[in-house]
Design a binder for this molecule. Sequence first.
Ligand code: APR
Length: 280
Amino acid sequence: VDPSTPPQTLSARSLEALAQYIQDGRAQKIVVMVGAGISTSAGIPDFRSPETGLYANLARLNLPYAEAVFDISYFRNNPEPFYTLAQELYPGKYRPTITHSFINLLHQKGLLLKLFTQNIDCLEREAGVPADKIVEAHGSFAKQSCIECKKSYPEERMQEAIHKKWVPHCLDLSCNGLVKPEIVFFGEQLPAAFFENRNLPSEADLAIVMGTSLSVQPFASLPSFCEDRTPRLLINSEQVGDLGGRRDDVLMLEDCDSGVRKLAEACGWLEELEALWAKT
Ligand code: APR
């Protein structure tokens, strides 16, 4: 990307320059960082969009404040709101978006160093991204355990609880603690995998940030771990974090699905991307 140009919202030139950078083979280790905004077109609400976001639509749970539904201390005393919501959040009934397929395309081209996701919908895996390429920074519904004794809880019993909206308790009757899917609540530690991989942005030769408000730490710091020489692309409805503050930042302030189509087209990959998504 032309070093003399100041950071700018997307112009045809900077998209073209970024596509040239990729076509020249200078992006071999791409780190992708995503949030709920890449799954909204699949039908899953994000958290903070004013009208449609989850936090704007929890009135029926009469929470003290919206994020309490994912707060571990609130959950310990009031698990019902989460279990009311869990049925809607539980993965399995949504199709990955073309943005998820774009990440898989990067992997198929051998260009994906690592995907960091805040999402718990598992759509990245369903789109074909291998598990060893994904860091689920806020956990996932893949496993569940007792929040007191940490004993794991069987999947089929969890599915029954979610389906029937009852609150599962630890199978060890002497414990009888609350069971919770291993999604990271406010007040809980992120998985070790996050901290083990947190330095990867400094090894990347391109960072792509999509569909996140970058409002929750420590995930929100990831883009700032990129070296100054690393171009950082933001595809998001709004400008977020420190994106746009560096010389080689490129901002596509628009819908993720249209942004990835434009980038794929500029790289000559659009047909391949559409075909890949059609198979998902
Ligand atoms: N295209 C582009 N951008 C979008 C789209 C879309 N289709 N839909 C939403 N966005 C943008 C929103 O404008 C916002 O900037 O995506 C961002 C979504 O932000 P949040 O709703 O805050 O979601 P996220 O960043 O993933 O939240 C982070 O907060 O509640 C916790 O643990 C939860 O992982 C979550 C974390």
